[in-house]
Design a protein around this ligand. Structure first.
Ligand code: AGP
Length: 603
């Protein structure tokens, strides 16, 4: 996702900004830019693609004097990855960089346009710089103008702004997107959206809280929240880049599990309106003539498709089938023109999925990709793409990519239900309410993580794991089992709970571990009786449910019991943490498990 850097001082401003952006590359981006205020001039450079392109563009530009600069790597959300849409965005005399999404940008843009402001980009960010200049024109005070600007913004943001009308300061604000400000022993000031950009530069840092805003000049940082000036809570900055990228977590996978709340907010932002779902990338005409949906994917992406196929049939009442891409390719599939072919892929490079997509395209089907990497091969081939906005996922075992795929597909099922009139506006509003709460649902609480850490020691042996569930919890069981086997090397299977008695129950004994997904809002009694059957055969049961289950050997009580998707996301986190803790106890390399690669670009 996007990255931000900023600097005030007399060292080489350009190099410091480019260096900081380099450290943020791991988060993923599709364009980058910097703006430098030195003496009376602001120089700005932008480039699409890799940072190298920006480095080349700025090669003949140098900075020598005391000054300041802001920089940004952009992962496109509103508008394509073009130079015009890359940050910094400019007004008449100011430049801004921004992470997050300004939810009310359309309303603000209309207001500014009606006052004669000309917009150059398709981004939500550009409203910030124009708002600031509008308030500056009336108030003639940059600090007051910045405060008024921030008051008007709704949504998530981390913002840095520089302006020719105040050549000493960088203005900043943070709400919902991370932002850090720090200083070195000379009083030079550094900003970053993550520690990694500040390592080796700042000596002490302040992690801004939501609602914080302020300004900084050489040797001075002022932070306000709700009109009140805050004490500066400075902390020493650790010096190791890899651990900074891991943000204090033991493994990237662990960090990525914890990041799910933030990335799910990114996934839904700008797409979930009060009464409807909207995708900038889609229009209703794209679905004309579509009578059925075919999902195609591999691994975790297949599991997310399998889960959401239930929603497409239930909500949008559209026949939906799901195929594993490596099977699909060689089965001479019957491809009908009224089918929308949807591929799901984190990397956008998985060979089997890519080839299946080409087959669908060559057969004249409309194609849509659900993907995390813009400009990947799959994105380039599909007619349309919905980006999942998970940011770079480093752990080979996919976590946040799965969460965001499910979220995008769930939103898409509601979008289709709306088009087809299979759900009322009231029903869709109800679902939207639940969607808005999902980022809170996946926040990892210390108590839960501690419990799973302790409990994991009992699950390091045995002759196998069965993850069982029904309906959407069956694909979640598949995904839970996949996570465990990938990183613990223990045998694990996902199974539909009702299917156990048709064979696998023969394996049941005390060394067979059953991870039972027992949501309250969907077929609770049915799953319960399936788990009772296993318990009667002495299988060891770890029950995950909001309802106490007396036959469980171990029990993790969940909080949500009102909506299947809330239960789904909460249980997803539990299965991820369980796999993580078992793997750590076994001493495995969690992020790079044996025999696996992050992106499978061969057959
Ligand atoms: C999941 O943990 C995997 N590492 C793997 O199953 C992965 O989901 C699969 O290879 C598909 O990758 P993609 O989403 O990048 O296409």
């Amino acid at each position: 996702m996007c990255g931000i850097v900023g600097y005030i001082g007399s060292d080489n401003i350009k190099e410091i900004l480019l260096d900081g952006l380099k450290e943020l590359e791991y988060r993923g981006y599709d364009s980058a830019g910097i703006a430098i205020l030195e003496e009376d001039e602001i120089n700005s450079f932008k480039a699409v693609g890799k940072l190298k392109n920006l480095v080349d563009k700025t090669a003949s530009f140098s900075t020598n004097a005391q000054g300041m600069g802001i920089g940004h790597t952009r992962w496109a959300t509103h508008g394509k990855p073009t130079e015009l849409n890359a940050h910094p965005h400019l007004g008449e005399f100011s430049y801004v960089v921004h992470n997050g999404i300004i939810e009310n940008y359309q309303e603000l843009k209309k207001e500014l346009q009606s006052e004669g402001v000309n917009f150059l980009s398709q981004t939500d960010t550009e409203v910030i710089v124009h708002l600031f200049e509008k308030y500056y024109h009336t108030l003639q005070d940059p600090k007051k103008a910045f405060v008024e600007t921030v008051k008007r913004l709704k949504g998530a943001y981390a913002i840095l702004l520089i302006t020719k009308v105040d050549k000493d300061r960088i203005f900043f604000a943070k709400n919902g997107s991370p932002m850090i400000v720090g200083n070195d022993e000379n009083g030079d000031i550094y900003f970053g959206s993550s520690d990694a950009a500040l390592i080796g530069k700042a000596k002490e840092v302040i992690y801004l809280d939501d609602g914080d805003y302020g300004w900084s000049s050489l040797g001075n940082i002022e932070i306000y929240n709700d009109g009140t000036k805050k004490e500066l809570n400075k902390k020493p900055l650790i010096g190791d880049k890899v651990s900074a990228q891991k943000g204090g977590f033991r493994f990237f996978m662990e960090k990525e599990i914890y990041e799910q709340s933030e990335v799910l907010s990114d996934t839904i932002m700008g797409r979930v309106l009060d009464e409807e779902i909207k995708f900038e990338e889609l229009d209703k005409s794209f679905f004309e003539g579509i009578e059925r949906i075919q999902f195609c994917a591999c691994g975790t992406s297949y599991n997310s498709a399998l889960a959401c196929a239930y929603l497409f049939e239930r909500d949008a009442k559209i026949p939906t089938s799901v195929e594993i891409a490596s099977e699909f390719r060689y089965k001479d599939p019957l491809l009908q023109k009224d089918t929308l072919f949807i591929v799901i892929s984190q990397s956008g490079e998985t060979a089997d999925t890519l080839e299946a997509l080409k087959m669908a395209r060559d057969a004249g089907l409309k194609t849509l990709s659900i993907c995390n990497v813009d400009n990947s091969s799959i994105v380039r081939i599909a007619d349309r793409t919905l980006l999942t906005r998970a940011g770079i996922e480093k752990g080979v075992a996919s976590t946040k990519a799965f969460a965001t795929q499910v979220m995008v597909l769930w939103m898409l099922s509601l979008y289709l239900a709306d088009i087809k009139g299979t759900m009322s506006r009231e029903e869709i509003k109800g679902e939207i309410e639940v969607i808005r709460h999902i980022p809170k649902t996946v926040v990892v609480e210390d108590r839960l993580h501690e419990k799973i850490k302790r409990l994991s020691k009992r699950y390091l042996h045995g002759h196998g794991f069965f993850y069982i569930g029904r309906d959407i919890f069956y694909p979640l069981a598949l995904e839970g089992a996949l996570k465990l086997k990938e990183i613990s090397y223990l045998h694990a299977e996902g199974y539909p709970a009702g299917e156990m008695k048709h064979g696998p129950i023969a394996l049941a004994d005390s060394e067979l571990f059953t991870i039972a997904l027992m949501p309250k809002s969907l077929h609770y009694d049915k799953v319960k009786s399936n788990v009772e059957e296993l318990s009667a055969r002495d299988a060891t049961i770890l029950a995950i449910s909001p309802e106490e289950f007396e036959l469980a050997d171990d029990f993790i009580k969940t909080k949500h019991a009102d909506h299947p998707m809330s239960e789904f996301f909460e249980m997803m986190v539990i299965t991820q943490l369980l796999a993580l803790e078992v793997s750590i106890r076994l001493g495995n390399d969690v992020d790079m498990p044996r025999n696996l690669a992050k992106s499978v670009t061969v057959e």
